[in-house]
Design a protein around this ligand. Structure first.
Ligand SMILES: Cc1cc2nc3c(=O)[nH]c(=O)nc-3n(C[C@H](O)[C@H](O)[C@H](O)COP(=O)(O)O)c2cc1C
Ligand code: SF4
Length: 424
């Protein structure tokens, strides 16, 4: 099977250095892109139908096309890589950064050229110490080989490239909060519009993309639009890094054609449930997506299909709930995280999440009341899309509202028995 993103990664997951990367055709796509008009690179990525891998699935080339170009347009333009990766259950970008750092740097350099950015920032999660070490070495090596900096590969294109490590908050992954944080401000999201492509970092045109998104770029340029589209087996293009965590036999992360079924990911790659356990439900795209259940196992893991089923593909990294783990305990655990990570900028999130956390704590401890279930749903509505500055609160509401849909009997049992039946 063709594995463009991870095919070069060594079996022992040690770093692919610059020499090894170049021996495997690395940086050939950058050379090719630099010989193309920047707008042709944008159009190629747009036509390839690469959808952003950070969660929302927006067409990457289309996003780039919103950056104003021409002599009158604002400069400098900035490119930012979102490597914050703090979504619960998500551990795909770290693999790409620690094992094949030049693929990301090459993808960013091509993308920066496409939007005519002269400065690129790689915004990295605070805890990713090994990634930071590996990336800084790779950036230094790329500078020394004239793959970054002035007159890249003998052309007149210049790109300054910085690694920036975050101070460590989940909200820094939201692209406008990330931009505030890079500017040294409090990391709260900005109201949109204006969108970052027009007015982003320091008020200048800025594109923010996810690590995995950038890693696709050299392959699209190298092999072409049709080749890339044919990698997918559903309605989306390319491959996807899918992950599974929870009580399965072999939790992990795999690159597979986008559109692979949930069943194949869970049963073939993750080895199925651990002995003695049954699947009760799963969050398909990280901690801030709606639960799906066994009836959805044969669905394709692509953006449209998972959305039609009532959830989101998100980061493509599933969290599995088994039949011996309390669903309310699991949702409470996630809600504790989201409540703690709220930036406090808007009321439904700042006040709603701690309130919901308390209700869930009471129910889990056997002190809940039946009417609390209606209150929970009502609060999920308050925190829903359109009521907040960013998607943190709507995302936090997703596992709660869907647990009430699929696991209502568990809620009622907690209330009727006055304890958590999974513990007693
Ligand atoms: C609370 C929150 C956290 C986020 N964290 C990340 C993250 O760690 N990495 C990421 O790429 N996108 C994250 N996003 C999505 C970004 O705002 C943005 O959509 C993404 O970086 C765009 O890149 P893409 O188009 O390549 O997907 C987060 C969004 C929210 C609301
Ligand atoms: S939804 Fe939460 S995290 Fe997002 S802006 Fe509002 S308070 Fe901040």
């Amino acid at each position: 099977m063709n594995l463009p993103l991870t095919g070069r990664i060594k079996p022992d997951n040690s770093v692919l250095n610059l020499k090894e990367y170049q021996a495997a055709h690395g940086y050939e796509a950058l050379k090719k892109a630099l010989a193309m008009p920047p707008n042709d690179v944008v159009n190629m990525v747009k036509d390839a139908n690469l959808r952003g891998r950070g969660g929302a699935g927006f067409n990457t080339g289309l996003k780039w096309s919103f950056v104003p170009q021409g002599e009158q347009s604002a400069t400098p333009k900035y490119l930012v890589c979102n490597a914050d990766e703090m979504e619960p259950g998500t551990f795909k970008d770290r693999w790409l950064m620690e094992c094949d750092p030049h693929q990301l740097i090459e993808g960013m350099a091509i993308s920066a050229y496409a939007i005519q950015a002269s400065v690129a920032y790689l915004f990295l999660r605070a805890d990713y110490n090994l990634s930071a070490k590996v990336l800084q070495q790779a950036i230094d090596d790329a500078y020394a080989a004239n793959l970054l900096g002035d007159n890249i590969l003998g052309t007149n294109y210049n790109l300054k490239f910085y690694l920036h490590t975050s101070a460590g908050r989940y909200i820094c992954g939201e692209e406008t909060a990330l931009i505030n944080s890079l500017e040294g401000r409090r990391a709260n999201p900005r109201a949109k519009p204006p969108f970052p492509q027009v007015s982003g970092l320091f008020g200048k045109p800025t594109v923010v993309n996810n690590v995995e998104t950038f890693c696709n770029i050299p392959h699209i340029i190298q092999h072409g639009v049709d080749w890339y589209k044919n990698l997918g087996i559903g309605e989306d293009a390319g491959t996807k890094l899918y992950g599974v965590s929870g009580k399965v036999k072999t939790p992990g992360c795999w690159e597979l054609p986008i559109g692979t079924s949930v069943r194949e990911i869970l049963e073939k790659h993750a080895g199925g449930m651990q002995d003695g356990l049954k699947l009760k439900g799963f969050l398909p795209g990280g901690g801030s997506t709606d639960f799906l259940t066994e009836e959805h196992l044969d669905l394709a893991m692509d953006y449209g299909t998972i959305q039609k089923a009532g959830s989101r593909m998100g980061t493509g990294t599933m969290i599995i709930l088994d039949d011996k783990t309390c669903p309310i305990g699991m949702v409470l655990n996630l809600t504790r995280f989201f409540a703690q990570e709220s930036c406090g900028w808007c009321t439904p999130c700042r006040n709603g999440l701690p309130f919901v956390r308390q209700l869930l704590t009471d129910i889990e401890n056997g002190k809940g009341r039946k009417e609390d279930l209606d209150t929970l749903l009502e609060y999920c509505g308050f925190m829903g899309p359109g009521n907040t500055y960013c998607a943190l609160a709507p995302g936090a509401a997703e596992p709660i509202q869907s647990s009430l849909k699929y696991f209502k009997d568990d809620y009622l049992e907690h209330i009727e028995k006055g304890c958590c039946p999974y513990k007693h």
